[in-house]
Ligand binder design. Structure first.
Ligand code: SF4
Length: 382
């Protein structure tokens, strides 16, 4: 959504006008996702649908993760495959061309999605994100605060800070400056480092960014928008990873009632062997300890999560460990996903996708029923 809002603004800046419907648009821009095969299939289907009955055919532009993957694939094979799969497409627009600099075109005044970083350095073996969005790049502290101040002045009361690994924000900003980082307020802070599995993670600035965001005051002239008391009254963030969830971050959340108490913390599996093969930096026990610490220190904290079932080689016993962890963690909800092999990932190269689809389905329903209850399936994965 945040990327699409910037893409829209990029087009307006080039003289385009927004159309009311894809049926009347002369040019259609499709922002793509490829976190799972089903997401890619939906893009192919959409391209066929919007072009099927239109003569002359509208110009079709594809952007987002599928193009990110093509842009980073030096062999050119992925782009060739995309062109073959969707011959209707006229242009492939890399998101990097749009960047952070365009102001988001928002229709919602009260809530703003605010990207704080883009890309990921973690290389979980199942995940295509480092290949589609590249390495993690943090937005400058000032840019983020300025955007939020601007939105607050327009009446925005709620922001969601976004990043693929939101709580490692700033790792690249402090790379050669691990002793101290000067915040826009002039305060010099020491980057936060977390230790997991006996190893130190990269230093981050995320807790300080959250603190600074919470200090943003209301604009007096907009103090009664939509019946609210005015100003920034809710700060959310997604998606955070357990290995960068520091004590300092817990302390900042506990102290600031504006920060949302629904904390999304992807676990992916409850089995240590599977976590290791996923290249995730914690054990099930460490994860549960973190959940306990968060719940003890932050009043009313609720934890939600992402879980993948049917990762290559996942045995019934290993799946049972995930079920046990889910019971122990008492998740508020979970996005449960069936493993889907993604191109270029380490898992796709090293581990055959050998859990039968029916078994994946079975495991999906067990966890979904356990955590989300019947009738409320959540099937996305971050
Ligand atoms: S699952 Fe999250 S942390 Fe892991 S590589 Fe993908 S985006 Fe990064």
């Amino acid at each position: 959504m945040a990327d699409s809002q910037r893409i829209a603004s990029y087009y307006l800046a080039r003289g385009y006008k927004k159309s009311n419907s894809s049926k009347s648009a002369s040019e259609i821009v499709i922002n793509t996702c490829m976190i799972r095969q089903s997401a890619e299939d939906r893009v192919t289907g959409l391209v066929k649908n919007v072009t099927a009955s239109r003569r002359p055919k509208p110009k079709i532009v594809i952007t987002g993760c599928m193009v990110g993957m093509a842009a980073r694939d030096e062999t050119g094979k992925y782009l060739k495959a995309l062109k073959k799969r969707m011959p209707e497409v006229d242009e492939f627009l890399p998101l990097a061309e749009v960047g952070f600099d365009y102001p988001a075109l928002r229709s919602d005044v009260e809530h703003a999605w605010v990207p704080i970083s883009n890309g990921c350095n973690n290389f979980c073996t199942f995940c295509v994100v480092p290949f589609t969005r590249g390495r993690e790049v943090s937005r400058s502290f000032n840019d983020i605060l300025d955007e939020i101040k601007e939105q607050t002045a327009k009446g925005c009361g709620e922001v969601t800070l976004l990043g693929q690994n939101v709580n490692s924000y700033g790792a690249d900003l402090v790379k050669n400056n691990s002793k101290g980082f000067k915040l826009p307020s002039g305060r010099v802070v020491k980057p936060i480092i977390v230790k997991h599995l006996g190893r130190f993670r990269i230093p981050t600035l995320f807790p300080y960014l959250l603190e600074e965001v919470c200090k943003i005051k209301a604009c007096p002239s907009k103090s009664s928008i939509a019946g609210r008391s005015g100003g920034l009254n809710k700060v959310k963030f997604i998606s955070s990873n357990p290995w960068d969830f520091s004590d300092k971050l817990i302390e900042v959340i506990a102290k600031n009632p504006k920060i949302d108490r629904n904390i999304h913390l992807a676990v992916q599996s409850g089995d240590d062997q599977i976590l290791k093969r996923m290249n995730r930096w914690y054990t099930g026990k460490e994860y549960l300890k973190l959940v306990e610490k968060i719940k003890n220190k932050i009043k009313d904290a609720q934890i939600s999560t992402d879980i993948i079932v049917g990762f290559p080689g996942e045995t019934k016993k290993q799946f049972a460990n995930t079920v046990k962890l889910a019971k122990d963690a008492n998740f508020a909800y979970a996005y449960v996903a069936k493993y889907s092999e993604r191109p270029n990932t380490a898992a796709s190269k090293a581990f055959p996708d050998n859990v039968p689809y029916r078994e994946k389905e079975k495991r999906f329903h067990i966890l979904n029923n356990l955590i989300n209850q019947k009738g409320n399936p959540r099937t996305a994965v971050h």
